[in-house]
Design a protein around this ligand. Structure first.
Ligand SMILES: [Cu+2]
Length: 708
């Protein structure tokens, strides 16, 4: 077995005590920036990739396929919530024998307890506890990044209805309706014995690889949130239950979400999400190898905006997902990844939807682009080469109350910008580039904005006739979600588009917490602590009011994009000033530049923890810049409060919660760093993953499994 990230980490941290950690071995990032040379761009200026070059903007943008819905005879078998075992289905898992048909399909114990989450509120059309079913397989396959370049190994999500080897990066796009709960069965085919090219498979690492899918922006129970060590281990499967709802409105009588509430906070209706790997210690490697995809939730407001012509039809031909990832390649074209570069992975080759600098033919009309920064550490300042303004209609997971027009916008890893670009003013044959003007040479931080040295990422080739009728404009001030209350902007929404967005109010705040980002021993800390998945760093009272979270960046000049799971937040101020205009609403990421303090308001609703919050520079995250938020019922909910016990850092999480058998969740402390023994995969051979019979506790809004 080749060396794993985790074993490297252990070695490097021990070495780090002696001061040897934090020095990247490869000097790759220093010289990495693309010069603006549209004639010929070498794949790498690091010296590693000089054996081949490519002509930029000669390959077409590729759009990911839509993930197949499983219906009719294709539905998940065995059914979600049931476990395969000899002699028929049972309620508890059995040790797997190695085939997907025989592994456990544990699902969040909340599954089945929220019948009113679906749109119709009359139960589920299929008599089940969810509406949609999907299947993904995680596999290694071959992919061509560079035009006429080599096919190289990637990790990919594959639609389970498609043949082995057809996985892609980005993975298939999941499209669901708002309040259409879904089960996604994820099968991890990254096994050490998965075969080689000779027998039609790809095995570039010779390793088992553990995974954990996080639906970024989703409002889901902890068991389905991709908690870092709630793995889907290699050769095994896991069922993720995605509510596809926003947070439930708190019951004012009990200060707690109603048990069978059908009221959801319309300010937080999800729209543009993405799913990606979140496995502890190895997220950076898994993501740069390809494990990311779009997840779109469509609601009636979007339908109405499309009917009026304000936005293109959701999921239609003019609604385009763009995932931006920078990568480095070795001389043979394979992806280069330095496990000991903890600064953050910076590539010198820019890819969009897995293709190096592609072109995209656009008609002379309006498009919606869902721009996702899927890079590990690169931050972008995006603009159009023509100087044309773009209209932002959504940031991260949520639509804005009104359109915001900008000439450029800043994007940290993990962020999404939902942007309308109108090509109607161009002539056929015009070329427009989407460009990045933020210079960044290593993972620590962005440097200067350089408008004279842009890196072109994507070329739009304008084609076709002008439209006969002008389209309805989507510009500054156009009603999108609309304001539900007057926040000094007026509430004059378009007729028939009632206001949905509302701010979290100061008078709702019941607690203030401060989280300081810093560095230590070559790794990264929040409040001087390294990540420990068994320790709660924040225990908000579930469903009660709001909290003020102060994210403080003390880590010298380093930049840290902070991401909250379960709930997004609203930034009130950064260093006492308002943030950029488009980032004053809902977001699940706040970028802290050097020395910045961001003041955010956030609520915790519907589900108890544990949930992670962390820096989304993925290498910082892997190097422990992560903490645990464990929303827990408070004393106002006496019965639940008596049972509730937040994670204390010592106690094991029960297998009921994690899906990992208890003996694999032992704690190990090593130089104050927590290591998850579950990651030592040899120890897991032949053991099952799944949820044994367990009782969901409605009062707790979750199940830690230790409450008897
Ligand atoms: Cu960071």
């Amino acid at each position: 077995m080749s060396i794993s990230r985790r074993s490297l980490l252990k070695k490097s941290v021990v070495a780090g005590v002696a001061g040897a950690v934090g020095v990247p071995l490869a000097a790759s990032s220093k010289k990495g920036r693309n010069k603006r040379d549209r004639k010929k761009t070498s794949v790498s200026e690091t010296g590693q990739g000089l054996f081949f070059g490519y002509e930029p903007f000669t390959q077409e943008l590729v759009l990911p396929r839509v993930l197949s819905r499983l219906d009719g005879g294709e539905r998940l078998d065995p059914k979600p919530g049931a476990y395969p075992r000899a002699g028929g289905l049972g309620r508890s898992p059995v040790a797997p024998t190695g085939s997907f048909e025989d592994v456990s399909h544990g699902i969040a114990p909340e599954f089945g307890h929220f019948p009113d989450m679906n749109q119709s509120n009359t139960g589920f059309s299929n008599g089940d506890t969810h509406e949609a079913e999907f299947g993904l397989v995680i596999e290694e396959t071959l992919h061509r990044f560079v035009p006429d370049g080599p096919e190289v190994p990637i990790f990919a999500y594959r639609d389970v209805t498609q043949p082995p080897g057809s996985g892609t990066t980005p993975g298939p796009t999941v499209v669901v309706r708002y309040r259409e709960p879904a089960v996604l069965r994820c099968s991890n085919d990254l096994t050490a014995d998965r075969g080689t090219l000779a027998d039609g498979q790809v095995n570039s690492t010779g390793n088992n690889h553990e995974t954990s899918i996080h639906l970024h922006g989703g409002h889901n129970p902890a068991h389905s949130d991709g908690y870092p060590d709630f793995y889907t281990l290699s050769g095994e499967s896991r069922d993720y239950w995605f509510t596809n709802c926003g947070p439930q409105v708190t019951d004012p009588e009990t200060n707690f979400a109603p048990v069978h509430g059908d009221k959801f906070d319309e300010a937080w209706i999800p729209t543009t999400l993405w799913y990606h790997d979140h496995a502890m210690d190895v997220t950076g490697f898994n993501v740069i190898k390809g494990l990311a995809g779009f997840f779109l939730v469509v609601d009636e407001r979007e339908d109405e905006l499309a009917r009026r012509g304000v936005i293109p039809e959701p999921g239609g031909d003019y609604d385009i997902g763009l995932a931006f990832t920078d990568r480095r390649f070795n001389a043979d074209g394979t992806i280069s990844y330095d496990f000991l570069d903890h600064n953050g992975y910076i590539g010198d080759v820019q890819t969009v939807n897995g293709k190096v600098q592609p072109y995209f033919e656009v008609e002379r009309r309006k498009y919606r682009f869902r721009m996702l920064n899927a890079s590990n550490a690169r931050i972008y300042e995006m603009r159009l080469s023509s100087g044309q303004k773009m209209c932002i209609i959504g940031t991260d997971t949520w639509l804005l109350p009104r359109g915001v027009e900008v000439e450029s916008f800043e994007v940290s890893p993990g962020m999404r910008h939902d942007v309308i670009i109108d090509f109607s003013e161009y002539e056929e044959g015009d070329e427009v580039f989407l460009e990045n003007i933020l210079i960044q040479t290593d993972g620590r931080k962005g440097k200067d904005l350089d408008p004279d040295e842009p890196t072109p990422l994507l070329k739009f080739n304008v084609v076709g006739e002008a439209l006969r009728e002008p389209e309805v404009p989507c510009v500054e001030g156009t009603t999108i979600r609309g304001y539900a209350v007057d926040v000094g902007e007026g509430v004059d929404n378009e007729p028939g588009l009632p206001g949905q967005w509302a701010p979290i109010r100061e008078d709702e705040v019941v607690a203030t917490r401060r989280f300081t980002a810093d560095r230590s021993m070559g790794a990264f800390t929040i409040n001087n602590r390294f990540f420990n998945p068994r320790r709660a760093d924040a225990v908000p009272e579930l469903g009660v009011g709001a909290e003020r979270w102060l994210f403080v960046n003390k880590a010298g000049g380093w930049w840290h994009p902070m991401h909250t799971h379960l709930e997004g937040h609203q930034v009130q101020a950064v260093n006492g000033k308002l943030p950029r205009r488009e980032r004053r609403f809902n977001q699940d990421l706040t970028l802290l530049h050097g020395g910045e303090k961001a003041e955010c308001l956030i609520k915790f609703r519907t589900f108890s923890g544990p949930f992670a919050f962390h820096c989304h520079n993925v290498e910082h995250e892997d190097m422990r810049m992560m903490a645990v938020c464990d929303p827990t019922p408070g004393p106002g909910n006496t019965d639940a409060f008596d049972k509730a016990a937040p994670l204390d850092g010592e106690r094991e999480i029960d297998s009921d919660v994690s899906g990992v058998v208890p003996s694999c969740l032992d704690l190990e402390h090593d130089h104050y760093l927590y290591f998850d023994v579950a990651g030592d995969l040899d120890r897991l051979a032949g053991r099952g993953v799944g949820f044994p019979e367990c009782d969901y506790d409605m009062l707790l809004r979750g199940n830690r499994g230790r409450v008897k």
